[in-house]
Design a binder for this molecule. Structure first.
Ligand SMILES: C[S@@+](CC[C@H](N)C(=O)[O-])C[C@H]1O[C@@H](n2cnc3c(N)ncnc32)[C@H](O)[C@@H]1O
Length: 170
């Protein structure tokens, strides 16, 4: 019973946030996209990838499998995907390789990221644009699934368009 009360509370709280604050809900990206995303990010050793709204950490895991020598950080505000991602990483034995923080990414300093991945929504991309311009260091690369930033021109290649990926270089 307690479980269901907590579940309904969290679910309605999430819906409230989605509709009134324009926050992206937990909709994990399609598994088929993972290869395309990790290819587009082109991570090298010593790169640092931030997934803003990391969900169940599937993008971070896919990238880690491709480039285990880079660093991986996820920020996830919602308790359910956060705990789920930690459990998944623990079961895969890679909990110490991928750091997930239960935090709002708007309150985080992004300056250490060399690469950023987002799968959010138009309102959040609009809000993030100024933060990216202010905090991302020169040479940082952003790959966004499905949603673009309203002002910054993206370096989208034909192939990326088909994959619904928007690529930005800072
Ligand atoms: C569409 S899902 C994408 C999940 C994952 N990146 C993927 O591609 O599978 C968006 C996630 O962002 C999280 N989120 C939305 N706004 C957030 C914020 N301000 N701070 C941290 N996480 C946030 C949501 O809880 C949700 O899990």
């Amino acid at each position: 019973m307690l479980f269901w009360i907590a579940f309904v509370f969290l679910f309605t709280h999430r819906l409230f946030s989605m509709f009134f604050r324009g926050e992206a809900p937990f909709v994990p990206c399609n598994m088929k996209k993972l290869v395309e995303i990790s290819d587009e990010l082109e991570l090298k050793e010593n790169n640092i990838l931030y997934d803003l709204g990391s969900g169940d950490a599937r993008v971070l895991v896919a990238c880690f499998r491709k480039q285990p020598k880079a660093k991986y950080v996820g920020f996830e505000k919602d308790i359910i995907p956060y705990l789920w991602s930690k459990l998944r990483l623990w079961r895969m034995g890679i909990l110490k390789n991928i750091k997930i923080y239960r935090r709002d990414f708007f309150n985080e300093d992004l300056s250490k990221a060399t690469h950023v991945f987002t799968y959010l929504g138009p309102k959040q991309m609009e809000k993030l644009e100024a933060k990216f311009e202010k905090e991302l260091t020169r040479g940082a690369k952003l790959v966004s699934l499905k949603f673009k930033m309203p002002n910054k021109p993206n370096e989208q290649k034909k192939e990326s368009a088909a994959k619904e990926l928007f690529v930005y270089n800072f």
